[in-house]
Design a protein around this ligand. Structure first.
Ligand code: LLP
Length: 427
């Protein structure tokens, strides 16, 4: 269910009118629903339970890059979530939020020595290694620390995720992972390195996937490779299928998380039964968008209405620096007036104050609005705040979590002075 709905003509987050949030904390402000967040996480956790998995045989590693606010991470950590990180900074966030480093997996093509050291010193669950040189570097860094680094290879199964090219990652031409054909050789190398311990296999084929068929195809390829490795005496203890399940922005019909996990576990169970394999294999997931995407909106105020011959513009106080997705991917986000008005709508492009023609949040939307009205940019919980910038010396938006009728400020709006406080004049 949506946790953002109209009551008496006013859009609410759970039981709280968005007007009250704007009054108290101003705009632009990201507003997240705690209930939505927990419900979306629960869809994964419940499906795991339903298919006989416990916290030893399935682990949900929430993808921190989608929304990394400490309060969000803390709520998920309290549910038992693990975390998928892509930088040392994200590891420090997880630790600061009370996350368990032994449930952390580290993805990304460019891990630095320093990041490896940090992750090794916190005994994370696994490094998702994306290239042969990275494997050698990790072996060296682990040797310096007198440790063995647990690894998965991120294998590129070369399946078409059928999503936006910028967020499709499982094809041969992408920079991610190692080619399926090269994986066996790299695993052999890894098995021979003294400071590397092979523990798993990993893939992530893309984001905003509506259909689970490409994910199940990728699963079949990983299973094939696990069998080959097992014949060579290289044991794989966990299989990480990545994230990628999409959400509704407009008219999309994404697969339900429970249905996808059901099909995935059924295949895995059939494979294990056919091999008479009693040793359990742990299944890891790296969901981001499907947990936070629809749990958040961006609240903004109309500054000016500009009516022209060719177009009408609603100039709002949020901009591309707050929500990059439209400018970057031509992404579509729903827009709703917080207070419903009587009368007829006009067609507007919703644009921000940044000095770029690409600074738009939505195009050609029928809105019945006046100057000073509040708008909600929908489905903005994932890759919203985390991709924001300070372009035009604009402080980042505030972040608020709503729980029932209560609002919690989980990050105040940045003040302009903070943005240049570290800068120095020439002596
Ligand atoms: N695991 C890895 C290794 C990833 O690279 C990603 C996302 C995820 C998991 C989480 O995927 P999700 O479940 O959220 O689809 N900024 C883009 C999306 C970029 C996705 C990057 N990788 C957007 O706004 O659509």
């Amino acid at each position: 269910m949506s946790h953002f709905s109209y009551r008496n003509g006013v859009l609410c987050a759970e039981n709280l009118p968005l007007t009250e949030i704007a009054q108290r904390f101003g705009t632009p402000t990201y507003v997240y629903s705690k209930a939505a967040l927990l419900e979306n996480y629960g869809a994964y956790a419940n499906a795991c339970k339903k298919h006989g998995r416990d916290d030893k045989t399935a682990l949900i590693c929430y993808s921190v890059k989608s929304n990394s606010n400490l309060a969000v991470l803390n709520l998920l950590a309290k549910q038992g979530s693990g975390f998928d990180i892509v930088s040392g900074g994200e590891l420090l966030r997880v630790l600061a939020a009370g996350g368990d480093p032994r449930k952390v997996i580290f993805s990304g093509v460019g891990k630095s020595r320093e990041e490896m050291r940090l992750a090794l010193s916190h005994d994370i669950l696994c490094f998702n290694v994306e290239s042969l040189p990275e494997l050698h570097r990790l072996n060296e860094v682990a040797a310096e620390l007198g440790k063995q680094a647990p690894i998965s290879l991120r294998v590129n199964p070369n399946v078409d995720a059928k999503t936006h090219p910028y967020i499709s990652t499982g094809l041969k031409e992408n920079k991610f992972g190692v080619a399926f054909e090269e994986a066996l050789d790299i695993y052999r190398t890894a098995a021979g390195l003294p400071h590397i311990r092979v523990t798993g296999i990993d893939c992530h084929i893309g984001s905003q996937l509506l259909d689970d068929a490409p994910l199940l195809e990728a699963l079949d390829k990983l299973i094939e490779l696990i069998d080959t490795l097992s014949n060579e005496g290289i044991a794989i203890h966990h299989l990480d299928i990545g994230g990628g399940i999409g959400i509704v922005y407009d008219q999309e019909l994404p697969v339900a998380v429970g249905d996808y996990l059901g099909r995935l576990f059924t295949r895995i169970d059939a494979w294990r039964a056919a091999r008479h394999d009693k040793a359990p294999i742990t299944i890891l997931f790296e969901p981001g968008r499907s947990i936070v995407g629809n749990a958040g909106i961006l609240l903004t105020e109309v500054q000016y209405l500009k009516h022209g011959d060719a177009k009408n513009f609603a100039i709002v106080d949020a901009a591309m620096n707050d929500l990059m997705r439209p400018a970057m991917y031509e992404a579509w986000h729903g827009v709703q007036a917080v207070r419903q008005r009587d009368g007829s709508a006009s067609t507007y492009d919703v644009v921000g104050p940044v000095c770029e023609s690409g600074d738009w949040l939505a195009r050609e939307r029928a809105l019945n609005i006046a100057q000073g009205d509040l708008l909600a940019i929908l489905s903005a919980g994932a890759y919203g705040m985390t991709m924001s910038s300070n372009y035009n010396t604009r402080g980042r938006a505030a972040e608020v979590i709503v729980d029932g009728a209560a609002m919690h400020l989980v990050r105040p709006r940045e003040l302009p002075e903070q943005l240049f406080a570290q800068e120095k004049l020439l002596a």
